[in-house]
Design a protein around this ligand. Structure first.
Ligand SMILES: C[S@@+](CC[C@H](N)C(=O)[O-])C[C@H]1O[C@@H](n2cnc3c(N)ncnc32)[C@H](O)[C@@H]1O
Length: 205
């Protein structure tokens, strides 16, 4: 297949969220906790999370069509019934998601490749996404963000301090360990390379 055929395949076949308002609760069978993994990249965190929390219903959202297509294909091949993949901008998809208060856990692993200042506006962890997450997380629900870019970590902590809906899990804002026992591809690489990782947990009040 030529590169342009492949690009078309990814664009046309990457799974999309339903149009209009839709229910997160009706995407997968069962009544297990609903979890979101935003910007899952190559998808390791989805597979590790599905293994440690088989009762959870996990929704992964990734904006890049190639990654969403390939990970969805692997999910299907592994027969994972508790993982659903959507391709698209998490901010747009989650605006349409219902019901409010239905989500228990959200992971955003290494969200920002554009860490230079001029790319600040494209940051995914910002007011718009945090407002949707505040709406979707139920009381006591947890938001986990991790990054290897120190000034971004500081920005996320500052942003969360501004949000009355969230309470940081520690005074500093940081925690030592990944609370959900599911590493992302970039986390695994950072650990292998001995690089520092800043991990932030906030609880929905
Ligand atoms: C630096 S990568 C990290 C990938 C993976 N989470 C990891 O830790 O290995 C950031 C990912 O977020 C995705 N992303 C960025 N903005 C997004 C958005 N608004 N909605 C969904 N995915 C997004 C990018 O396409 C990319 O795959």
């Amino acid at each position: 297949m030529s590169d342009s055929d492949l690009r078309r395949l990814y664009r046309e076949q990457a799974p999309r969220a339903p149009e209009g308002r839709f229910s997160l609760d009706e995407l997968m069978a069962g009544e297990g906790p609903i979890e979101l993994d935003i910007g899952f990249g190559r998808g390791l965190s989805l597979f590790e999370r599905a293994a440690v929390a088989p009762e959870s219903r996990i929704i992964g959202i990734e904006v890049k069509t190639k990654l969403a297509y390939k990970v969805a294909d692997r999910v299907k091949k592994h027969g994972l019934q508790n993982v659903t993949i959507f391709c698209g901008d998490a901010r747009e998809i989650l605006k349409r998601a219902e019901p409010s208060g239905s989500v228990e856990r959200v992971s955003v692993h290494f969200p920002d490749p554009w860490w230079k200042k001029r790319h600040g506006k494209r940051r995914v962890i910002a007011e718009a996404l945090l407002a949707e997450l505040a709406r979707l997380l139920g009381p006591g629900g947890q938001l986990f963000i991790q990054t290897d870019v120190e000034d971004r970590a500081e920005q996320y902590v500052a942003e969360l301090r501004e949000q009355p809906a969230f309470e940081l899990a520690s005074e500093s804002g940081y925690v030592e360990e990944n609370p959900f026992e599911a590493r992302s591809n970039r986390e695994r690489r950072a650990i292998e390379d001995g690089l520092p990782v800043w991990r932030i947990v906030a609880t929905r009040r």
